[in-house]
Design a protein around this ligand. Sequence first.
Ligand code: HEM
Length: 491
Amino acid sequence: MLNLSKEGLILLLHNNYGIIIVAVLAIGITSLLWKAWGSSNPTDHEDGIPGRLGLPFIGESFSFFLAAYTTKGAYDFVRKRRKRYGKWFKTRILGKTHVYVPSVEGAKTILANDFVHFNKSYVKSMADATGAMSVFSVPHKIHTRIRRLLSDPFSMSSLSKFVGKFDKMLCERLDKLEKSGKSFKVIDFSLKITFDAILSMLMSVTEDPLLAQIEKDCTDVSNSMLSIPLMIPGMRYYKGMKGREKLNETFGGMIARRKSGEEYFDDFLQSMVERDSFPEDEKLSDQEIIDNLITLILAGQTTTASAMMWCVKFLSENKKVLDRLREEQLSIDRKKPDGALLTMEDLNDMSYGFKVVKETLRMANVLVWLPRVANDDCIIDGVKVKKGWMVNVDATCIHYDPDVYKDPTEFNPSRFDDIQKPYSFLPFGAGPRTCLGINMAKVAMLVFVHRMTRGYKWSLDDPDSCLEKKEHIPRLRSGCPITLMALNKGK
Ligand code: HEM
């Protein structure tokens, strides 16, 4: 029997404030509207797409948000409906009709026509988290300018410097963890190191108190991305918006100090500030810089960190792949002087390592679907879609389609010996909005894979496969705890 003290009950209510409000609102409003609606509204498929639109505006919003509160993750909402209705289905979330597009052909139609027949559109909480001037949200013309101006840290020369810096950081931290002999959660480790590496590259922040403050504010913003957009104190959305205000202040202060000459660093922020006297088309405003700094941190940290965590999980469960990968990494290591850091040339020699990274990204589906809105009535892979509908490119469904990837649940990097059909491999999206950090993510993953397999063996300390609740990017509830053991270096 549940036996709770008064304090225990208060704590339980406090910790679950958000979900309790959502549940009470859900039950109350739904039953009122259900009565007002009169009879039940069965599946609605006059337009040929099965699915349930439900009540006006509300539709299936509560099921959608509540799915994120389970250990099966937000994608379970899609999985259940696909089981019920088949590959194509529609639903209604917060007043918008959504169709989940399950095919390579559909992905091609949408992503190759980005900005023309389709536009990116996020649920309100996601758009609010990154800001109005984020490369995620701005219209086409501004997007082209911002994307061009943001590309410098991802050039080959910047990334070559990044390889060495990231490798050094990684070697020091892994060495410390191995010497401690303690179990640690890969996700905590990878979130911290990717955050520190991105902050150092973008704006040379390396001191702990400032890093910790920015990390806390960014975490609040990131947590608000899949939340109910209501400014109620204590709820995720509210905390996220407060986090954004603080980041505005912190980054605004840095920009002002750089502009006045009080501070100088050779980094991305400096290169942005130095464009201040350039023509409008060749620079970013202060708000554009701030919103895009937040965007780069949010877009780069949790994605790369989750991918690293999944890579450890998949390798732990696939010994043959791990052995082959280690063999490749040790052979690269043998050619290098003792203690030398990795270079871009070394990464180019990691052909199996690269396939392991690709297979990790196929199976992990860091961004489970890519949301767009249809600008006109159109036909996607033979299915009629109306203007204003959300068409979500379902990368997860494509990556697990047995007609596209044979034995899709098997972790088999060698499947990438063959060239993939265009639009069938979508971990970084495709078209004009392809991930800006694609090369940085690949570099970080390869360095990580190298240091882990060349330097260590590890035990997976919790095999639980449940997902963490309320995360918009899937990660393990356990955080993937491991214990490192130094490997005989084999030189
Ligand atoms: C494994 C790691 C990563 C994955 C799986 C990933 C995935 C993606 C995907 C799928 C998109 C396209 C979204 C869409 O079309 O709706 C995207 C866009 C983007 N990513 Fe990444 N990403 C990763 C790492 C990074 C990193 C390290 C950065 C930067 C530090 C970054 C910055 C961006 C930006 C700025 C965009 C928006 C591009 C635009 O709209 O033009 N990403 N990412």
